[in-house]
Design a protein around this ligand. Structure first.
Ligand code: APR
Ligand code: PHB
Length: 393
């Protein structure tokens, strides 16, 4: 059976696996990334696109921020719409920090380009099927490529293969504890060839359901609607989508959406999910493989990047000085940030969506919470510091 060897075997070429491979390369550590899908597929998969200041700093500091600096859209506030009112949360005034809107697939493209330019090894259409020897000092990733079985031998395995990957399942029964919450709704997301009508994001709580107004560039809008969890995309022709977006977002006198051809649409389920610990023996789990947040708090990609920043330092300490302390503390350190983001994402989600049952009490609580954000600087600052990202958690 053909075998190859590297120092860190990375499963998954999403932002987590690619950024880890990049950070390891900067530290002189070799890795091989296995990715089951094609390069074209991972570079065009449409996902969220909000980067905290700390994520932008990490990308820039590590030399992959050139296009991000040019094309990323810096935002200093968000707008909340509810009960016919509109309120701007001035995040930068309240925290000194900002967020940047830059699609996740653009981060993925930049990282792939950087890895390949540096001679890095990313094997596309290489499907990891089994991890072995994780409790020895020579783990093996078994994968299939071009119809053949192959092996990747390494010192450590990084499981960066998302929620549906194989890595988490390689941990023996009884080791991991799962914490989760399902939500009785999903998001229908569209990308439209329409100039954004405003230059900040709008989060709208409406009796017909939540809506979010976002963007990707001066020509492209990104919009979301709360829909039923089992919603069929075929039931949403473009005209129905625009009608619903107008109903939920055009609630302020004189404000209207810019419409344009819908380029892409898809439905994403909502879940909160964490497994602990994020490490077992020589397997280190990171990103969506170990934690998922509902997208309302815009935290997913930021958590992924924060995980691998820790892992990069931990592997460097091991390879440079034989230190195990950072590898040993990785899970506990990462989980502190993960749980802060879990709470914030759950809180934003609960405040903004129409909940399962018609529950007038719940609706009153949501409006009271939103009014509190709108009138209390302390509460608005709390939302803002979570949204722009807490430097240390
Ligand atoms: N073998 C190889 N690759 C695999 C396997 C496997 N068995 N299973 C899954 N993968 C790949 C997927 O094809 C995907 O490209 O792992 C990658 C995981 O990437 P993501 O799902 O993007 O997860 P991650 O890199 O952790 O990024 C987290 O994605 O969902 C968003 O909000 C989330 O922004 C966050 C980010
Ligand atoms: C996006 O632009 O895709 C986006 C923005 C904010 C969110 C989620 C998604 O909370």
């Amino acid at each position: 059976m053909p075998g190859m060897r590297t120092q860190v075997g990375i499963v998954g070429a999403g932002p987590t696996g690619l950024m880890l491979s990049h950070l390891l390369h900067l530290r002189g550590i070799e890795s091989v990334v296995l990715e089951s899908r094609s390069r074209d597929h991972v570079e065009h998969r449409l996902r969220a696109g909000v980067l905290e200041q700390g994520s932008v700093d990490l990308l820039c500091r590590s030399g992959v921020g050139e296009r991000l600096r040019r094309e990323g859209l810096r935002h200093e506030g968000i707008e909340l719409r509810f009960a016919g009112e509109s309120h701007r949360v001035p995040m930068t005034d309240l925290t000194g920090r900002a967020i940047t809107v830059y699609g996740q697939q653009e981060v993925v493209k930049d990282l792939i380009a950087a890895r390949l330019a540096a001679g890095g090894s990313i094997l596309f259409e290489a499907d990891a099927v089994r991890l072995d020897g994780l409790d020895s000092d020579s783990p093996v990733v078994h994968f299939r490529r071009d119809g053949r079985d192959e092996e990747l031998h390494c010192d450590f395995v990084a499981g960066c293969d998302g929620f549906h990957g194989v890595s988490r399942g390689a941990v023996p029964e009884g080791v991991l504890t799962t914490y989760e919450r399902a939500y009785p709704f999903a998001w229908l997301g569209v990308l439209a060839a329409a100039a954004p009508a405003v230059d900040e994001l709008i989060y709208a709580n409406h009796e017909r359901g939540f809506a979010l107004y976002s963007m990707r560039s001066p020509e492209i809008s990104r919009l979301y609607l709360q829909v039923a969890p089992d919603e069929d995309i075929a039931a949403w022709p473009d005209e129905r989508i625009w009608t619903e977006l107008r109903a939920r977002l055009e609630t302020v006198p004189g404000w209207s959406l810019n419409e344009g051809p819908i380029l892409e649409k898809s439905i994403t389920p909502m879940r909160s999910f964490v497994v602990e610990p994020m490490r077992w023996e020589r397997l280190f789990l990171a990103g969506d493989a170990v934690h998922i947040v509902p997208p309302t708090g815009a935290k997913g990609m930021n958590l992924a990047l924060a995980d691998v920043a820790l892992l990069g330092d931990a592997f460097a300490a091991w390879y440079d000085a034989g230190r195990t302390d950072l590898l040993d503390s990785y899970s506990a350190t990462a989980l502190r940030r993960v749980w802060r983001a879990q709470h914030f994402s759950w809180w934003m989600t609960s405040m903004l969506h129409r909940l399962e049952r018609d529950d007038p009490y719940e609706t009153k609580l949501q409006t009271a919470t939103l009014r509190y954000v709108a009138t209390s600087e302390a509460y608005a600052r709390s939302l803002s510091e979570n949204y722009v990202g807490l430097p240390e958690v």
